[in-house]
Ligand binder design. Structure first.
Ligand code: OAD
Length: 246
């Protein structure tokens, strides 16, 4: 998708916008080679379903297995680089008076691209916490899987939201308040299936925001968006930023 494919009315709206929110999902990291949550597992993990590993019960049952799965995913993420879509959102943050980035991703690629304020709804795989006290702990280099908390001895776990767990209260509150008070809301690279993130676009449109979806595929949100930019985020976002600010 090039700048010429973008609707002039959207470009004008963005030039007059003050408060913009972008919600991102696994799709924005797809062009960095990070497999989305629902893509088939590879290698020795292909016999496991993410849903069987990313739960408190799975960690209770086999902490070593779950810890090693996250170590495998951390290595995948460490080897990945932010792409042009991540970098275009850094530019939007630079140009706009008030820009809020809300992500469902746990890969930390927005921060590595240079985004300064990121609301992480589902945590961040690069951080570990104590499974009992939930305090952030850097495990350092260790063969133990999972390592024990140096303060209380309980096992460390990844600082991510597992299925069946509540999201960080402050994160969802801040994200909802931003959605309710923005001029334009972008839903980028998400299947819009998982709550409560999937309710944020509705909160924005109910408050009068223009809603834009960026996704190569149709989603349940597509029919309610004011604009649907059908393409990969790594192409659409740089074209959009260039059309607005060039
Ligand atoms: P999904 O894997 O459900 O959806 C990825 C979306 O990205 C799909 O709609 C794809 O069409 C789209 N997509 C693929 N490539 C793209 C590209 N290059 N540019 C833009 N879009 C692209 O991932 P999420 O919607 O993020 O939750 O999943 C939401 C949550 O479901 C995850 O955070 C995870 C999972 O349960 C937790 O881990 C708590």
């Amino acid at each position: 998708m090039t700048e010429n494919d973008l609707p002039d009315s959207l470009i004008r709206t963005m030039r007059n916008a003050r408060r913009v929110v972008a919600l991102t999902g696994a799709g924005i990291s797809a062009e960095s080679g990070v497999p989305t949550f629902r893509e088939a597992q590879t290698g020795l993990w292909e016999t496991y379903e993410p849903l069987d590993l990313a739960t408190p019960e799975a960690f209770e049952r086999d902490p070593r297995l779950v810890w090693e799965w996250y170590e495998w995913r951390r290595k995948l993420v460490d080897a990945a680089e932010p792409n042009a879509g991540h970098r275009a959102l850094v530019e939007l943050e630079y140009w706009l008076p008030d820009f809020t980035l809300v992500t469902q991703n746990v890969d930390g690629l927005h921060q590595r691209a240079g985004s300064r304020s990121v609301i992480e709804l589902h945590g961040n795989i690069t951080r570990s916490i104590c499974s009992a006290e939930r305090t952030p702990i850097d495990p350092g280099l260790t063969e133990l899987a999972p390592p024990p908390c140096p303060q209380c001895g309980a096992s460390l776990r990844p600082d991510v939201v597992w299925f069946g767990e509540a999201l960080p209260a402050a994160a969802i509150l801040d994200a909802t308040e931003s959605a309710r008070s923005c001029d334009v809301f972008f839903s980028i690279g998400t299947s819009s299936l998982v709550q409560p993130a999937a309710s944020l676009p509705e909160a924005a449109t109910r408050s009068g925001a223009i809603m834009v979806e960026i996704n190569p595929e149709k989603t349940p949100l597509s029919s309610r968006a004011d604009y649907v930019l059908r393409g990969p985020a790594g192409e659409v976002l740089p074209a959009l930023v260039s059309a607005i600010y060039s």
